[in-house]
Ligand binder design. Structure first.
Ligand code: SF4
Length: 330
């Protein structure tokens, strides 16, 4: 599926299967199908969110795009260039345009480096500028993400969670004045609610200013509703629905999306809650159900759902970029 603008990122049929290593006299175990045939695109300056339960494959998809995990098969094109066939050195150079912000800012920052050195490190690694130029750029980045200049001398443990995530964003912006795409892997889920809003608003301001696209992985649907242009819903390694944010939140079609969204709190107390419960646990990705992977938990499942896998196909809709659903009946 594509948006109307030429996509910045085009992912086709992406798979990541984890194969168990062979052991002497031990029967082979089935591969874990963490991501199984995922396709989507991200336009320039767009935020596409990936949502779904834990274990649905959203983080593995995001890391596969970055090649932080090596996909089993498929295609990932950035501005028309295939990333999966690049050598590690070529990929390293592309990372100037393709950055990631991690969920746990503390774990992703070197505790022995000062904040200034952390942000300057990628600049040094790529041999960019003299020491004075790098210091200047670090100061500019600090001011851009709302950190005071003197914070450059502090170590990560001296910052609050929100400040550490600002530091992570400054590092992601360090290499390029205009990074094309930033993968945000649950960037605010470890933060307090008030700090979450500050960091999300910072990301949106930077997008408006620099035209960055975000591939945004999150489980907090209120945050997703605030930041996204489009949303892709994942279940057990598949995308089951994609639409623009307003269409998806106001008129979801896939039964799984309906149940997922029914858990979002309604701000108006006069609006009756329509909470629907998801039955049972997700099946194992090592042994996914036949046909539609959701059929073991779907309240609408019928006989055909066990046998035939529904294709992700476009439905009539006014949603920009189209409304795509994988269900035999919706
Ligand atoms: Fe439910 Fe069948 Fe649709 Fe799958 S294809 S979501 S099981 S109704």
């Amino acid at each position: 599926m594509t948006t109307t603008a030429a996509p910045l990122l085009q992912v086709r049929n992406l798979r990541k299967h984890y194969i168990w290593p062979k052991r002497w006299l031990r029967p082979a175990k089935p591969a874990i199908q963490a991501v199984d045939g995922v396709s989507f695109s991200v336009a320039r300056g767009e935020t596409l969110s990936l949502v779904g339960e834990s274990g649905c494959g959203k983080t593995t998809t995001a890391k596969s795009v970055m090649r932080l995990v090596e996909p089993t098969s498929g295609s990932v094109e950035l501005e028309g260039e295939e990333l999966l066939t690049l050598s590690s050195n070529e990929m390293r150079l592309r990372r100037r345009q393709l950055q990631i912000i991690f969920q746990d800012p503390y774990a992703s920052l070197n505790p022995r480096l000062t904040a200034g050195d952390i942000v300057a490190e990628p600049l040094r690694n790529f041999g960019m500028g003299a020491a004075a130029e790098r210091r200047e750029r670090v100061q500019w980045l600090f001011s851009r993400v709302g950190l005071r200049p003197e914070a450059a001398k502090k170590f990560p443990h001296e910052f609050s969670g929100g400040q550490r995530q600002r530091l992570g964003i400054a590092r992601a912006l360090a290499l390029a004045l205009n990074p094309k795409l930033i993968v945000c892997d649950e960037p605010v889920s470890a933060l307090d609610v008030s700090v979450q809003a500050q960091v999300v608003n910072l990301l949106m301001d930077l997008q408006a200013e620099l035209g960055i696209a975000y591939l945004f992985v999150a489980h907090d649907l209120a945050v997703v509703r605030h930041i996204s242009h489009r949303v892709a819903v994942m279940y057990l390694g598949h995308i089951v629905e994609i639409a623009d944010r307003d269409t998806l939140f106001s008129a979801p079609r896939h039964p799984y999306t309906e149940i997922l969204l029914s858990a979002v709190p309604v701000p108006n107390p006069r609006t009756p809650a329509r909470r629907m419960l998801l039955q049972g646990d997700p099946p194992s990705p090592a042994n996914p159900p036949s046909g539609c992977r959701f059929h073991t938990r779907c309240p609408m499942a019928q006989a055909v759902c066990k046998e035939k896998t529904p294709e992700l196909s476009e439905r009539p809709s006014s949603s920009s970029g189209g409304h795509w659903v994988a269900c035999h009946f919706r």
